[in-house]
Ligand binder design. Structure first.
Ligand code: ADP
Length: 430
């Protein structure tokens, strides 16, 4: 009997324990589910907060979420403040660029306009909204613009006519990323007008001086014939000075003509061998046997251009070498093909030129030594004429010199103008 009771007691205790265990298990499951739901709810709120376009205030949470929300909210505020600062800076920069009187445009690598300031819109007759995205070459139709924008020499300024009126615009291009450049357009009409007036004035004065100077020279020459010994020297000085003035006037007129033409008028295939031969004959006469002159001219290398201008440029370089090189020294000049480019080169054994003078030699009236230049009949305009003639031929002037070791002047013509093997080619002029 007592055994049966004991077994009955055990069964009851087991049933109670089982029921208790089930309750605890259900309780734990409910608690875990509640926690999970709470986290899911907070994740959902977080997701809505992060992805909503509407601006929510700070999302509050408890426990671990309160820390996450607070940190994220802090980050959001910081990035908003940064964005505001950035926008303010961009606005200020745009306002500053808009206020400057020069036209400023941003162009991409396809030469399309991405942005422009009000001055650029006025200068180029563009609409700041409608014309964004259009090609700059549709507005600036000068054929040089497209090549200039695409080329390596875009850092050089380009002078063009404005599309809407008669203003002259100077364009400069500043690349600031691999795909974008800043184009600055400046109205240089007034500057251009003053420059044109200056050139006209010099040309007119030179022209007006030419006739009186010829008359004076003629009379001075005539006076020299019958002058007494006492007057001979005075009249010779007068003659020298009037010759100098005539040379200056002639050089100024040459420069005015070169300035005025802007581009070569009648281009021909030049017989450069013939030009160099005639330069050599004149050089022999100028040197009068005081120097050893060595020269060579390729008869097959020719260029397209103006024979008389090329002769003038080459003669200026050779006569400089003769005038500045002391007696007994050697002067050589040659016409040849150098890396596929037609080249005229003059090398002398003269005094050389200090490096600081070299960049300025082609300026008008720039002389290293005024006395030496005048004593040898120089006008100070020879290299300016050379430079202008070479520019018209798209050629470059290279100068290499060392004090005491002599100087080399090189006129280097572009490949587009160089023709090699001209014997089988077109008829030559010059
Ligand atoms: P200039 O009439 O005075 O010779 P240029 O324009 O021909 O004027 O030359 C400018 C200056 O360059 C000269 O005054 C001279 O000082 C210098 N120069 C030119 N060629 C030579 C040379 N071959 N050797 C030394 N100096 C030279």
């Amino acid at each position: 009997m007592s055994d049966a009771l004991a077994i009955g007691g055990l069964v009851t205790a087991g049933a109670i324990a089982g029921a208790l265990f089930d309750h605890v298990w259900i309780g734990i499951s409910l608690a875990v589910a509640a926690v999970l739901m709470w986290h899911l709810l907070n994740l959902y709120r977080l997701h809505r907060w992060l992805t909503s376009r509407r601006r929510f205030g700070p999302v509050s949470g408890i426990g671990v979420w309160s820390g996450i929300f607070a940190a994220l909210h802090q980050r959001q505020r910081e990035s908003q403040a940064r964005r505001q600062r950035l926008l303010r800076s961009v606005r200020e920069i745009r306002e500053a660029i808009s206020a400057i009187p020069a036209g400023v445009l941003i162009v991409d690598q396809d030469q399309d306009i991405q942005w422009l300031n009000p001055s650029a819109a006025t200068m180029l007759g563009l609409d700041r909204r409608d014309d964004v995205g259009s090609s700059l070459t549709q507005t600036l139709t000068d054929p040089r613009v497209e090549a200039w924008l695409a080329g390596d020499d875009a850092t050089e300024e380009l002078l063009v006519d404005a599309p809407t009126d008669k203003t002259k615009l100077s364009l400069s291009l500043i690349p600031f990323s691999s795909t974008q450049s800043l184009l600055i357009a400046q109205d240089v009409t007034q500057l251009h007008r003053v420059e044109a007036m200056r050139k006209d004035f010099v040309a007119n004065v030179s022209h007006e001086l030419r006739t009186p100077l010829t008359v004076i020279s003629g009379y001075v020459e005539a006076m020299e014939i019958d002058a007494s010994d006492e007057w001979q020297m005075i009249i010779r000085r007068m003659s020298e000075q009037s010759d100098r003035m005539r040379a200056i006037v002639e050089d100024l007129l040459t420069l005015s003509r070169l300035d005025a033409i802007g581009a070569l008028e009648d281009e021909v295939v030049v017989n450069v061998h013939g030009v160099v031969t005639s330069v050599a004959n004149e050089a022999e006469a100028l040197s009068g046997g005081r120097h050893t002159l060595v020269w060579h001219a390729s008869s097959t290398v020719v260029v397209t251009g103006s024979p008389s201008d090329l002769r003038s440029a080459f003669m200026n370089l050779v006569s400089n070498a003769i005038r500045y090189t002391p007696e007994g020294r050697r002067i050589s000049f040659r016409w040849y093909l150098r890396d596929g480019q037609a080249t005229f080169e003059v090398t002398d054994d003269g005094p050389g030129i200090a490096a600081e003078h070299i960049p300025r030699l082609t300026e008008r009236f720039y002389r290293v030594s005024t006395d030496r230049s005048r004593a040898t009949g120089g006008t100070g305009l020879g290299l300016a004429i050379v430079k202008n003639i070479l520019v018209l031929h798209d050629a470059a002037l290279e100068i290499e010199s060392e004090i005491g070791s002599g100087t080399t002047f090189r006129a280097v013509f572009p490949r587009e103008r160089t023709i090699d093997g001209a014997k089988d080619g077109p008829e030559l002029a010059g």
